[in-house]
Ligand binder design. Structure first.
Ligand SMILES: [Zn+2]
Ligand SMILES: [Zn+2]
Length: 257
């Protein structure tokens, strides 16, 4: 018996394997590859370019900050359909390695054109193409970390003390600032909120407390500094945990001439 497509009547022998009773072309027409929202809101921090996905802020990537934020927002809102005998399942684009995807934002028109190439069903001889046009709104906001920075928030004070010459003191400060820079690449909320000169050294106001501890251990390792940490209860977090402010005193040995 000759099998044929129930939609258009094409013969399986001529058009390739039927998928759920449909020829290759009709199957592709009946089953979309992409599931895309009609509209999206793209939220970008006006200060640092970080972008918001769900409830989490992500560090801005190199290059065109807005285009990258749009792309990341699209990728986290786009689903790809995969059909099997068990039914239809939807995946994020990064979960479908063989998918080819183009995301093209048109800033002036406030739309994002998305094109995709992939298979919805494994019996498809060729990958199918799909396109979506998503309207978007660009929203400028202030991210979590920039909010803390502008409030000069800090978890710990690192008090660096010692009878140091000016040159040595600024060398130590630069070392610590470099450490903070590197930490901020791994952890968005790592930063120095403020530097204050003191009579015999300086204070660094640091987030989070772990960064201050790292700084202290570096000075211990490099210069044999003595460390003393103390904590003061300053209140409660919204979820009822106790909140502390830490002071870490780092005493550097005096310089010998
Ligand atoms: Zn057909
Ligand atoms: Zn920011």
């Amino acid at each position: 018996m000759k099998r044929f497509c129930y939609r258009c009547g094409a013969l399986e022998a001529q058009q390739g394997p039927l998928i759920q009773g449909l020829c290759q072309r009709c199957f592709a027409e009946e089953n979309r590859l992409l599931q895309a929202p009609a509209e999206l809101e793209v939220t970008v921090c006006g200060r640092c370019g970080a972008y918001l996905l769900g409830k989490r802020w992500h560090e801005a990537e190199r290059g065109d900050t807005i285009a990258n934020a749009i792309r990341a927002t699209v990728l986290s809102n786009l689903k790809v359909a995969r059909l099997s005998d068990a039914g239809t399942k939807f995946f994020y684009p990064h979960e479908v390695p063989e998918l080819e995807l183009w995301v093209e934002p048109k800033l002036a028109e406030r739309v994002i054109n998305v094109r995709a190439k992939g298979k919805v069903h494994e019996l498809q001889v060729k990958p199918q193409l799909d396109e979506a046009r998503i309207k978007f709104m660009l929203k400028r906001s202030t991210c979590d970390v920039c909010g803390l920075k502008s409030a000069r928030h800090y978890e710990a004070i690192l008090q660096v003390r010692g009878k140091l010459k000016k040159k040595k003191s600024s060398e130590v400060k630069k070392m610590l600032q470099r450490l903070a820079m590197n930490a901020s690449k791994r952890e968005r909320n790592a930063f120095i909120a403020k530097v204050e000169e003191q009579r015999e050294g300086f204070d660094l106001y640091v987030n989070p407390v772990n960064l201050a501890r790292q700084m202290a251990s570096m000075l211990k390792l490099e210069f044999g500094a003595k460390i003393k940490e103390s904590a003061k209860l300053i209140g409660q977090t919204r979820d009822g945990r106790r909140k502390f402010r830490f002071s870490i005193l780092v005493r550097l040995p005096s310089e010998k001439d």
